[in-house]
Design a protein. Structure first.
Length: 237
């Protein structure tokens, strides 16, 4: 059985070589994650969507874990300034708690995706319980897009998503992981992660939650301005 994780990827050999600027170390946690998803991971899991094939200057911003009462409205306000669209992978219980914010995401033309009901880790959850949680979220989130929390999902869970959400599901991963969740790096580093690693068709991950709000306030306006000046558009998946 194959598992998938990006935020806790074992890359000890690459770390020793210290030749890959795409790898970031979470200090004190014994974890490593890729800022830029390497080609060989995409080859291992070809059925998942990592980036969008295009020659046009288009980026796909995505935000995980919301809706959040402060972070999500801030993000929506910033996106509106640049006529930008994005995809929000929502946690079911947060949709229930903040229905007006969820409605605003849709009303402003963005897309939503399922991120489970209780933000479950697929590796640490029994398959049937996990799929039931996805199904519970699907009652509140009308979408065939799914992103596993922490990037962790078993092959059984992935194969049975269609029955859980009652749609032909698409598992959306990412090309660039901003690192906004990493409290050991500064906001400037998060900004650099995105501006130097993203290109046409990149799916970029941010988070709209309490932990990342301060970082998002600094990074998102600068990301939108940086790429807009370079002629990029921001579209939903």
């Amino acid at each position: 059985m194959l598992f998938l994780s990006f935020e806790a990827m074992e890359v000890k050999q690459a770390e020793k070589q210290n030749r890959n600027p795409w790898i970031m170390r979470v200090l004190g946690m014994g974890k490593t994650y890729f800022v830029k998803t390497p080609w060989w991971l995409r080859k291992i899991y070809p059925s998942y969507i990592w980036r969008i094939k295009t020659d046009k200057k288009i980026l796909y911003l995505s935000f995980d874990d919301g809706p959040h009462p402060q972070a999500t409205p801030f993000i929506l306000d910033e996106l509106k300034k640049y006529h930008a669209k994005a995809t929000f992978f929502c946690v079911g219980k947060n949709v229930v708690t903040y229905p007006d914010i969820y409605k605003r995401i849709l009303q402003e033309g963005h897309r939503v995706g399922n991120h489970t009901y209780d933000h479950l880790n697929g590796w640490q959850t029994q398959n049937e319980i996990y799929l039931q949680n996805v199904a519970k979220a699907a009652k509140h989130i009308e979408s065939n897009l799914f992103r596993p929390c922490y990037g962790k999902i078993t092959s059984y869970q992935a194969k049975n998503l269609n029955s859980a959400i009652k749609k032909q599901s698409k598992v959306i991963m990412w090309d660039v992981l901003s690192g906004d969740f990493d409290m050991t790096i500064k906001s400037e580093r998060v900004l650099k992660n995105v501006t130097t690693r993203s290109g046409s068709g990149s799916i970029i991950v941010f988070h709209d939650n309490e932990k990342t709000f301060a970082t998002i306030q600094y990074v998102l306006p600068k990301v939108l301005d940086h790429f807009s000046q370079k002629g990029y558009l921001f579209e939903k998946l």
